[in-house]
Design a protein around this ligand. Sequence first.
Ligand SMILES: [Zn+2]
Length: 173
Amino acid sequence: MTIRTEPKILKRSLATIIDYGLYFVFFSWLVVTYGHPNDEGGYTLSNDPKGWWICIVWIIYFPVIESIRGQTLGKLILGLRVVTKNGRAISFGQALKRHLVDMIDFFFFGIVAVITIKNTPDHQRVGDLWAKTIVIGGDSVTCTNCKEPLALTAKEIIEKQFICPMCRATIKM
Ligand SMILES: [Zn+2]
C-alpha cells in the first residue's frame, strides 16, 4: 500500500538549506585552507588530490548517510525521512539517484522542486521521481476516535499506527 504524504515544502526547504549550508561551509574551508590563490581573486584546488574530498564528503553526507538512516542531519532536525512508496528503507542507489539531480531541483531557488512537489500525487521532486522515493514526517491525520487533528512522526507513518496524545487510543492506519 502506498503511503499518503503531504508536500511539506517549507520543512523540506529548511532541511536542504541546513544540509547544503553545512556542505558549503566544509567546501569553503577546504578550498581556503588547501587551495591556491588564482588570477580571479579566489582559490583553486585543481590538480590537488585534496580536491577529491569535495566528492568523498558529498557521497558520505548525502547518499551514504541518507541510505543508512533514511535522513540527513537537516531531515533529522526537521523530522523528515526518505522512504520507498510503501514505507521501506531506501537503498544506496536510490539515495544516490535522488541527490545526483539536486542541482536540477534547486534550479532558480528550487523552482523545479517546488513545481514537481506540488503537481505530483506523492509530492516528489525530480530526484524522488527518478529514485521512486517519498519524503514523510509531520504529515497530518485526524484521530478516528476523538477527531483531534494530529501530526504524525515518520516512525508512526512507517509503523502504520499511533497512540493519540489526546484520547490515548491506539489507532491503526
Ligand atoms: Zn484521539
